[in-house]
Design a protein around this ligand. Structure first.
Ligand code: C5P
Length: 315
């Protein structure tokens, strides 16, 4: 059987508000999520054995059962027992380009690619919604990573409504290579600090969700107003992460001083991004940030916003 190769883009959050608790122990969120062209490449090959194996060119990525891509393949094998029996196990090769532990959904997008790829390889023919339902069992960001583009995400992050593309914009991503932030730590710390602000009543929660859907950032995206989009970026996690990690706060200040459309920390961090109108603009921001922070541990990427999620590569 021929191998299947897929492009798995990273995501950033243009907006992230933590609204409250959920009965399942997760947090109720209101977000705007955005794919970026910085992507991993995933190749799936039937290996003629019952085994599911992960290989990655980045030693920071675990190749064991904790890898979300591995868990995605197990979920497919357990859900589509007949297909797994017929086609057997699979080697999953991950060419890692997305930084790890970065708040860019690197693990989630790899899992999304495995779901999409095995569906094709095993000829199951799932719809995008069916793939996203499977994805939600693996992680809150997986459903978004399947569809990609620009979308409002509510619930745990898995309830999606698409927005118009704004993929002409460029983005500079900055991350200290040796620094990563645990998402579990970030949610726990946020809860300790801000639990009294959590909304518990169902009607107030849905009012909040609706307010975001008709709010200023979503209007700016609907109108393609880039300056407004840049001015309306927001992330609740900055309140705890920038305080705990002063170098992330300093990176954000350095980016903000370079005249971007706007800048923000993505997800639970520690990646900070700056939006730019053109590639030249983004290259200039990256060069100025590099001059302001000559630390070699700081890695910078210039990439473009992207209108899609998981995509098959032609063979
Ligand atoms: O869904 P995912 O497994 O990616 O989430 C990782 C962790 O982040 C969860 O175990 C939970 O602690 C936290 N989380 C949360 N509320 C969300 C999403 C994630 O509390 N909406």
């Amino acid at each position: 059987m021929r191998p299947y190769s897929l492009i798995a883009p990273a995501k950033i959050n243009l907006y992230l508000e933590i609204l409250g608790d959920r009965p399942d122990g997760y947090h109720e969120l209101a977000m705007v999520m955005q794919s970026v062209a910085l992507a991993d490449q995933i190749t799936l090959r039937a290996n003629g054995t019952p085994r599911i194996q992960v290989f990655c060119d980045n030693p920071e990525v675990p190749a064991d059962q904790t890898n979300l891509a591995y868990r995605a393949a197990v979920l497919m094998a357990e859900t589509y027992v007949e297909a797994y029996r017929q086609y057997g196990g699979v080697d999953i090769r991950i060419e890692k380009r997305i930084p790890v532990g970065a708040g860019l959904a690197g693990g989630s997008t790899n899992a999304a690619a495995v779901l999409v790829g095995l569906d094709l390889m095993w000829g199951i023919g799932l719809t995008q919604i069916e793939l996203q339902d499977l994805g939600a069992q693996l992680g809150s960001d997986v459903p978004f990573c399947i569809a990609g583009g620009t979308a409002i995400a509510t619930g745990r992050g898995e309830v999606l409504s698409p927005l118009p593309n704004i993929d002409s914009l460029y983005v500079v991503l900055g991350k200290y290579q040796s620094l990563s932030v645990s998402t579990v730590w970030a949610y726990k710390t946020y809860r300790q600090r801000f639990e009294e602000t959590y909304i518990r009543e169902g009607d107030r929660l849905s009012a909040k969700r609706n307010a975001m859907k008709s709010g200023s950032l979503v209007s700016a995206i609907n109108q393609g107003d880039h300056a407004q989009i840049g001015g309306l970026l927001y992330n609740d996690f900055e309140k705890i992460v920038l305080e705990e990690y002063p170098q992330v706060a300093a990176l954000k200040s350095a980016m903000a001083a370079c005249d971007p459309l706007g800048c923000l920390m993505s997800g639970s961090g520690p990646t900070v991004f700056a939006l730019a109108e053109t590639q030249d603009h983004a290259d200039r921001i990256a060069a100025d940030v590099r001059t302001a922070i000559p630390d070699r541990d700081l890695k910078l990427w210039v990439t473009q916003l992207c209108a899609h999620g998981i995509q098959m590569l032609p063979h």
